[in-house]
Design a protein around this ligand. Structure first.
Ligand SMILES: [Ca+2]
Ligand SMILES: [Ca+2]
Length: 152
């Protein structure tokens, strides 16, 4: 995941996150999540152009972390969110506005663990995991989920 600040011509800026994965024959494409607004911008081709899917999902400015995975195993990756302060996962089976299809708590909350996504057992269904960031790395690289990139 890459965290950045986007600035328009009027010098208005907002934080954004995006994940780019390279898969076989271009099956995975770029997406952009803007935590400040809870907006998702997904593109179905790895080429320049406008987003193919634009929707709002999740609250604005709470420091939630964007995820993507095939939560129902139908072959399509969809949006998900992780609330690190409460340990809640909010997974959605469509790339559209609306409520989460799966909501649950997993792991400890509020101590900086990072979410992971994968098909850990090879059944085609993506599930979540958590990575415990070593305390030494937290001291060296403090979590900055709610601070603007310009403050780094
Ligand atoms: Ca799916
Ligand atoms: Ca699985």
């Amino acid at each position: 995941m890459v965290v950045c600040t986007a600035t328009d011509a009027a010098n208005n800026s907002t934080n954004c996150q995006f994940t780019v994965e390279v898969g076989p024959l271009g099956t995975d494409t770029a997406g952009n999540y803007v935590p400040a607004t809870g907006s998702w911008f997904l593109r179905n081709a790895n080429s320049p152009g406008a987003a193919d899917l634009v929707f709002g999902y999740g609250p604005a400015n709470l420091g939630w972390i964007s995820l993507r995975g095939d939560w129902d195993g139908n072959g399509t990756d969809t949006a998900g969110l992780y609330d690190p302060m409460n340990g809640n996962f909010f997974l959605k089976n469509t790339n559209a506005a609306g409520g989460a299809d799966l909501v649950y708590v997993f792991g400890p909350a509020g101590i900086g663990w990072k979410p992971l996504v994968g098909d850990w057992n090879g059944d085609g269904v993506y599930t979540i995991g958590l990575y415990r960031v070593p305390p030494r790395l937290l001291q060296k690289y403090p979590l900055r989920t709610t601070r603007p990139c310009s403050a780094f």
